[in-house]
Design a protein around this ligand. Structure first.
Ligand SMILES: [Zn+2]
Length: 302
């Protein structure tokens, strides 16, 4: 990626150091000085790791924010994780060692660039294309007729047909769990998990006592749904962020108790870094990748 980014970083340095004077623009016919910076790198994990100079998510040092090792991925106690530092990152980047999982990135030439604060956890990929999708397909075995089997999915589809949703929520697919369905988009996973499954599973599993296994599955899933609801609000407060953090912890601890610690993935761990970005950058609607994904889909139609 570095050869591609070199000329971009050269331009960004000019925008940072002296600014660039535009002789004529639509709103400034007599010209204006423009200064610009990169404030956040928002993309999926493979893209972010390549651009920012971190090892891939399968590396032993799998996290770009702390130094937890792959065999410690089940450790959900954030206070015990060793955070990475910008100084340490710069030293490791100059050595470009496989052992540290850090490589040189052209972005490090920008004096203000801090990969630990600017290379973010994208909520669209993390919450919808990973946590929601992983919960349905892997944890509940949607593809292998395990917990989310054909009977349950049939009930979900029946409820979808009977449900009238507000115009701003895309109608969920009625082919869930069939070969006709194909690949679900991030928004389809969002609606399926935070709307359709909640309606049906509360009806099917909510009546059992708190000790019933299906009720435990439901309560565990609703912890994820609650975290998503508060993480994706259009405004945020410290109270909302605390709710996100508490429910992500509750969800992940529940997964370990109900299934096994082997179900925990890199994305589960990265979710626990999301509250820090909610505090730093505000509501996710201003910095998630939905808009860019729409452009990607548009470009593939050319
Ligand atoms: Zn971490």
């Amino acid at each position: 990626m570095n050869p591609v980014f070199r000329p971009l970083v050269d331009s960004l340095l000019r925008f940072w150091q002296t600014g660039v004077y535009f002789a004529h623009t639509a709103s400034h016919p007599h010209g204006c000085l423009v200064r610009a910076i990169i404030a956040a790198l928002v993309c999926d994990i493979p893209g972010m790791r390549k651009v920012a100079g971190f090892a891939g998510h399968s590396a032993n040092l799998f996290c770009s924010f702390c130094k937890l090792l792959k065999n410690q991925i089940h450790n959900l106690d954030r206070d015990s994780w060793t955070p990475r530092t910008r100084e340490g990152h710069m030293e490791d980047a100059l050595k470009s060692s496989k052992r540290t999982g850090v490589r040189w990135s052209e972005l490090l030439r920008l004096p203000y660039w801090n990969p630990l604060e600017f290379a973010v956890v994208d909520s669209m990929h993390n919450l919808f294309l990973n946590n929601c999708k992983n919960h349905c397909r892997k944890v509940w075995g949607m593809d292998s007729s395990d917990i989310l089997d054909a009977i349950v999915l049939g009930e979900v589809v029946d409820d979808i047909k009977k449900t009238t949703l507000p115009s701003w929520i895309a109608a969920p697919s009625q082919n869930i769990g069939t070969k006709k369905q194909g690949k679900l988009s991030a928004d389809q996973w969002r609606v399926l998990c935070t709307v359709s499954l909640v309606i049906t599973l509360v009806r099917l599993w909510g009546e059992g006592g708190e000790q019933a296994t299906s009720r435990k599955w439901l309560d565990n899933f609703l912890a994820l749904v609650t975290a998503i609801k508060y993480a994706t609000k259009r405004s945020t407060t410290e109270e909302s962020i605390t709710i996100v953090d508490d429910h992500l912890q509750l969800y992940l601890k529940g997964l370990v108790e109900l299934f096994s610690r082997d179900v925990l993935t890199v994305n589960h761990h990265l979710s626990l870094h999301l509250p820090a970005f909610l505090r730093r950058l505000g509501p996710v609607h201003g910095w998630w990748t939905f808009a860019f994904e729409r452009y990607n889909r548009h470009y593939t139609t050319f």
